[in-house]
Design a protein around this ligand. Structure first.
Ligand SMILES: Cc1ncc(COP(=O)(O)O)c(C=O)c1O
Length: 402
């Protein structure tokens, strides 16, 4: 039998890299991260890519991406407070994709705007606009705003997509855009539509043949409706001379579709850089796992199993098995279906060729991308056989936005 058949080379590499390092630890393989970044640019087909900061949550890696290629342009932030903080750290071209409704956060964005940053805030109603306008007026600034449209597929008894904006009809979108344009403290800057049902719903989940068929069918119907709705909305904005400079679309799971939509000026991507578990199961593309976390083996409850310290880092969303982290290396390691990933201890079944000694790492992948960074203060950046840097996550910089 060859040596390869009796050892797990990928696991051994990580074990060598992490030997003597404090565990648990979160890791990013920079070669894979960079390769994913190049693949995302290719999938975007030449359109600028706005980076979804929530899916990275590490300023060093956001900076690395932005510096790597001029087609990475701007950040899509998740709160106005985050955007103001990033502006203070030297980032610019910040679009907050979710409505900000607290005085504290909007005021932070206004102060950053007064200091010269460009922070676009999201609205999907005239009530949002009134809130933004009043605080912008108090600060003597003109806030750029993005109007978010709804692209979910509504069928009798089923919404396929995200429940976010109520703006579906061209006339209502135009009315909000017109109100933004008429407000002396606001400036219409963007139209954003997120095709969540294409960008964030796996359609090649293992063992889910029937569900995959259904999802693909719904995606096909959605694509058609999204094209129609987007065109009608942009037509209405053009007729009123209200089309803004930025027309944003997409996410990691929909780049090929989103880049081809009429009028789209940029696409967004975030999850594909780390490529967590939920992004393994799409028919149209495949990125490689770039991020994970390593837990130390802490005990051995019986033959064919070890218990690791830590690990209970489930992902957000409708709770289900697909939200759990999963053992990654050594290959073949798996969670106990009865215990899952535990708050303090995680049992792992393993009967492969490697001997897992006390203190050895077991590597896991998170189901989602940026949420991993809420569990760790730093990311170990790895190249080849070496940890080349240790960089803080948002948490490590003392920041917890959501
Ligand atoms: C508005 C918006 N655009 C784009 C994305 C795509 O992000 P990702 O590429 O990380 O899936 C998201 C994710 O939820 C989003 O909310």
């Amino acid at each position: 039998m060859s040596v390869e058949a009796t050892t797990d080379g990928a696991y051994r590499r990580w074990r060598r890299i992490l030997a003597d390092h404090r565990l648990p630890a979160a890791v990013v393989d920079l070669e894979v991260f960079d390769a994913n970044a190049r693949a995302i640019l290719e999938r975007a087909g030449g359109l600028p890519v706005r980076i979804a900061s929530k899916s990275v949550r590490c300023t060093a890696l956001l900076r690395r991406l932005l510096d790597s290629d001029s087609r990475f342009r701007g950040l899509m932030c998740f709160t106005a407070g985050e955007a103001a903080w990033l502006a203070d750290r030297g980032f610019d071209d910040l679009l907050v994709a979710y409505p900000s409704t607290t005085h504290h956060d909007i005021a932070a964005a206004c102060r950053a705007t007064a200091a010269g940053a460009r922070i676009v805030l999201t609205a999907d109603s005239e009530a949002h606009l009134r809130l933004l306008s009043a605080i912008a007026a108090d600060h003597g600034v003109k806030l750029p705003v993005s109007v978010e449209i709804d692209l979910s597929l509504r069928l009798p008894g089923l919404t396929f997509g995200a429940l976010r904006s109520p703006l579906r009809e061209p006339a209502t979108v135009a009315a909000v855009a017109r109100a933004a344009a008429a407000d002396p403290h606001l400036e219409p800057a963007a139209i954003m539509g997120y095709e969540a049902q294409l960008a964030g719903v796996p359609d090649a989940a293992p063992g889910q043949w029937l569900q995959n068929r259904l999802v693909r069918l719904l995606k096909r119907i959605s694509r058609h409706r999204i094209r129609q709705r987007r065109e009608a909305i942009l037509g209405a904005l053009d007729a009123a001379n209200l089309r803004p400079a930025i027309v944003n679309a997409g996410g990691t799971g929909s780049l090929e579709f989103s880049r081809g939509l009429a009028g789209v000026t940029e696409v967004t991507a975030g999850s594909g850089f780390y490529n967590p578990l939920l992004f393994d199961a799409y028919t149209g593309f495949r990125h490689r796992p770039a991020a994970g976390f390593a837990l130390p083996v802490s005990r051995r409850p019986g033959p064919g199993m070890v218990t690791c310290l830590g690990g209970g880092y489930p992902a957000s969303g409708a709770a289900g098995e697909d939200r759990l982290p999963r053992p990654w290396l050594p290959a073949g390691a798996r969670l106990s279906p009865l215990e899952g990933a535990g708050e303090v201890q995680t049992p792992v079944f393993y009967d492969g060729p490697e001997t897992l000694e006390l203190g050895d790492p077991v590597l896991f992948r998170h189901a989602k991308a940026g949420e991993l960074c809420e569990r760790f203060d730093q990311l170990l950046l790895v190249e080849g056989e070496e940890i080349v840097d240790e960089v803080p996550t948002y948490r490590g910089e003392g920041q917890c936005f959501l």
